[in-house]
Design a protein around this ligand. Structure first.
Ligand code: SF4
Ligand code: SF4
Length: 138
């Protein structure tokens, strides 16, 4: 079994197609919606956690890509510039999933758990030194 968070970008010409429910039926996958930005008659952006057998997971993502959906893995996309971060903790206060957490109260070290990130971008907005980043298209 595999479970990964992905950001799916649907161009406006396919934004109304039921491609996510297609992959669930065709490849026996399940999904949780983490975030959804759907703009009427424009593109749609969905952040999902998709789970299933590895083989089916790969086939499902191939199917989405073949149908024009662009895919980004969240875990590989959220980045922190360790040289810039000075562990002020501002991002901890806004992170909704505890992907950014103080793990040492003495040093106030802020740890980034990429597997918990849902690519909401709040940390990117609040970081005073722009240490956090996501790809532009997020
Ligand atoms: S807000 Fe920026 S500098 Fe402060 S802990 Fe978070 S990433 Fe580091
Ligand atoms: S983008 Fe930043 S604030 Fe949002 S879940 Fe990921 S680490 Fe937390």
């Amino acid at each position: 079994m595999i479970s990964k968070k992905v950001v799916l970008r649907f161009p406006k010409d396919i934004a109304d197609k039921p491609l996510v429910s297609d992959i669930c039926k065709k490849f026996d996958l399940t999904f949780n919606i983490m975030r959804a930005n759907i703009f009427p008659r424009k593109e749609g952006i969905l952040t999902l956690e998709i789970s299933g057998k590895k083989d089916n997971f790969d086939k499902g993502l191939d199917y989405l890509e073949e149908n024009g959906v662009s895919i980004r893995f969240v875990e590989e996309s959220i980045q922190r510039d360790e040289k810039l971060c000075y562990h002020c903790g501002f991002c901890v206060a806004v992170c909704p999933t505890e992907a950014l957490t103080i793990t040492d109260r003495k040093t106030m070290y802020v740890e980034l758990f990429k597997d918990r990130c849902i690519a909401c971008g709040y940390c990117v907005k609040v970081c005073p030194v722009k240490a956090m980043s996501l790809p532009e298209e997020f």
